[in-house]
Design a protein around this ligand. Structure first.
Ligand SMILES: [Zn+2]
Length: 347
């Protein structure tokens, strides 16, 4: 989330239903979570097997590289058989050699792999040996590595990860159902952008990246960690809309760039990101405060960037500019163009 920076669900579900009548349902072949909680507006939430395996391996490979944990660490589950340990360690080593130094958000290969593994959530293999549509077209070595690790993951961590993902989804689903459409409309209006016609696909995984969530574009897809402490409780709703804003707030970035060029100023790094943090927080605050008030909780919601002290880490000046020049726009007192022009001229 503090990063720098579809396939249609119904089709997957239909394909799954028709095959389910022919073949026994394997543990991996759980349908997306949507079908259990009913369709939600705006977002389509998934707890997918392969994408969770992928992020778990990536996480362990990074830890292993950094000398924290890894294959031979004492935290590795002792109940694995020798064969399971060998398959798992081979996968972690493969990830360490090939992916641990690449960024999940900025590396094209990792982005494509993530999207593909998300699409194949209903498959119990990746080679197409049993079902042709499950042929991921990955290099044979990677297919073998992932399928080997899959059996271990399915037997050990996956049930717990899947449960955490589903709990996270169940926690945020009522708010999305009740407030999602209104928030999406408000944010599109603020950013002067069209909200995507299709629901935004969100993959929920035990591990995301260092930020706890990230979003890749073309196609717009969000990945959120269900276990990251920053993403819990009512913050889950803000994380969803912050990440979605990465996909729709492009006009703001364009306007900042345009104004900077006109004034021959350097384009400030992260101003756009600070702006979407600020905006999501302000737009969501009344919604969550109202919720909290009704439930007799602390009646004022503290936005993510305030709570996680993002402004104090070098964004203090941005916060001053946003409060002074962007807030009046959110309050309907100045135009979008004027607000951006004021911010940039004060830089
Ligand atoms: Zn972000």
């Amino acid at each position: 989330m503090p990063g720098f920076a579809s396939k249609h669900a119904a089709l997957i579900s239909l394909a799954f239903v028709s095959l389910a009548s022919l073949a026994p349902i394997s543990v991996a072949a759980q349908p997306q979570v949507d079908s259990q909680y009913g369709p939600l507006p705006v977002f389509e939430l998934h707890s997918g097997f392969w994408i969770n395996l992928h992020h778990t391996l990536y996480q362990q490979a990074r830890q292993s590289r950094d000398g924290r944990g890894g294959p031979s660490a004492p935290s590795a589950p002792a109940r694995r058989t020798a064969a399971e340990r060998a398959a798992w360690d081979a996968a972690v080593f493969y990830y360490q050699a090939n992916y641990a130094d690449k960024d999940l958000l900025f590396n094209t290969e990792l982005m494509l792999l993530k999207n593909q593994l998300g699409d194949l959530e209903n498959c119990d293999e990746l080679s197409g040996a049993k079902q042709k549509f499950c042929d991921a077209g990955l290099n044979p070595k990677l297919t073998k590595i992932l399928e080997g690790a899959a059996a271990v993951y399915r037997a050990h961590e996956w049930p717990e990860h899947d449960r955490a993902n589903r709990n996270w989804i169940a926690g945020v689903a009522p708010l999305v159902r009740e407030k999602g459409l209104g928030l999406a409309e408000r944010l599109s209006e603020v950013y002067q952008a069209r909200w995507p016609r299709e629901k935004i696909r969100v993959d929920v995984a035990a591990y995301a990246n260092w930020a706890g969530a990230y979003t890749t574009l073309d196609p717009l897809r969000v990945l959120i960690s269900s276990t990251d402490p920053r993403n819990q409780g009512s913050a889950a709703l803000e994380v969803l809309f912050h990440e979605a804003s990465h996909g729709i707030a492009e006009p703001v970035q364009q306007a900042i760039i345009r104004e900077c060029r006109q004034r021959e100023k350097a384009i400030p790094r992260d101003l756009w990101h600070a702006l979407i943090f600020y905006t999501t927080g302000e737009v969501i605050k009344p919604v969550l405060s109202e919720q909290a008030g009704a439930a007799n909780h602390d009646p004022v919601y503290t936005p993510y960037a305030v709570r996680e002290r993002l402004y104090q880490r070098g964004w203090d000046d941005y916060l001053k500019l946003l409060t002074r020049f962007w807030q009046p726009y959110l309050d309907g007192r100045v135009t979008f163009d004027d607000a951006i022009a004021h911010i940039v001229s004060a830089l």
